[in-house]
Design a protein around this ligand. Structure first.
Ligand code: SAM
Length: 282
């Protein structure tokens, strides 16, 4: 049997935390999605001390940031629906930047011919590739795990894996931008935009600026306990995306229009955006 070890990188632990949140959601009778890869991760790492650390953070989160589990459920479903809208509209190429332990390649109902590229740091990509193999869960698409640092030129390994910039793409940037500096986030969006053919769609999440102030301190402390750090936040997503040629709709994380009947409170920490390429204004 393959031996799986949790990635030791701090920000990688946040991916385990979020997968655990997805497992909690999956167990609800009214689940907004069911993620079998999250369950497989918890079983595979049951004896790994890293998981005990993550459990402690989850316990603390229940008192300091009670909105988080609901927020992650709503966020996951929001991006699921946006990705499915893209592929059902004919797009067959999906790229997740900072995929972590995201289980969409084994759980979404995807059209034949879908090519899905999942980029993350080498240690996380190796762990994810191993986890999927170890889980025995069938893939719902052709999945390509790509080891790259998104602060560097990730377009080279992406293209080498088969990504075609001539085809429209659905891009997903979930749980990443806050861990990058403003400059790195800017470079990432420029890279995405450059690689996007007409008809491409972009869905992303970013932190509200207030989360870098006093209001966000308890949640920030939980993130820092996992060895990660929020480095950027912004409240001007529509304008920012517009400047790169994307026409965006932006929702606060607690917007009832995307809540699926759930209430995300008391910590509406993030923005969720969905955008289509519209170079006419740039
Ligand atoms: C909070 S997790 C989110 C994972 C996944 N998108 C999800 O929502 O479950 C953050 C992820 O960003 C990845 N990450 C952070 N910095 C990165 C970088 N410079 N290059 C590539 N991946 C990075 C981490 O390894 C981790 O998997």
């Amino acid at each position: 049997m393959v031996e799986l070890r949790a990635p030791s990188i701090g920000v990688g632990q946040t991916a385990l935390f979020i997968a655990w949140m997805r497992q909690m959601e999956s167990e609800r009778p009214d689940a907004l999605f069911r993620d079998p890869l999250a369950g497989a991760m918890l079983s595979a790492l049951a004896e790994d001390p890293v998981l005990a650390d993550v459990a402690e953070v989850i316990k603390q989160t229940h008192t300091s940031a009670r909105g988080f589990p609901t927020y992650f459920a709503v966020r996951t479903r929001f991006f699921d629906d946006e990705i499915l809208a893209g592929v059902r509209g004919g797009i067959r190429q999906v790229v997740t930047l900072a995929a972590g332990v995201d289980g969409r390649t084994v759980r979404l109902d995807l059209p034949d011919g879908t090519q899905w590229y999942e980029v993350d740091l080498p240690e996380m990509t190796e762990f994810k590739d191993g986890l999927i193999a170890h889980s025995g869960l069938p893939l719902r698409c052709a999945r390509h795990g790509i080891a790259a640092d998104l602060r560097e030129d990730w377009s080279v390994p992406l293209r080498a894996a088969g990504f075609d910039p001539g085809l429209p793409t659905v891009w997903l940037v979930e749980g990443l931008l806050m861990y990058l500096t403003d400059a790195a986030g800017e470079a990432l969006l420029a890279g995405v935009s450059k690689l996007s053919a007409p008809g491409s769609r972009l869905t992303l999440e970013h932190l509200k600026a207030a989360m870098l102030q006093e209001e966000g301190r308890p949640a920030r402390e939980r993130v820092e306990e996992q060895g990660a750090r929020w480095l950027s936040a912004r409240d001007d997503l529509a304008e920012w995306l517009g400047g790169h040629g994307w026409r965006a709709r932006v929702y606060a994380g607690d917007d009832p229009r995307i809540g699926q009947g759930r209430t995300v409170a008391p910590l509406p920490a993030c923005w969720l955006a969905t955008a289509v390429l519209d170079r006419s204004g740039v």
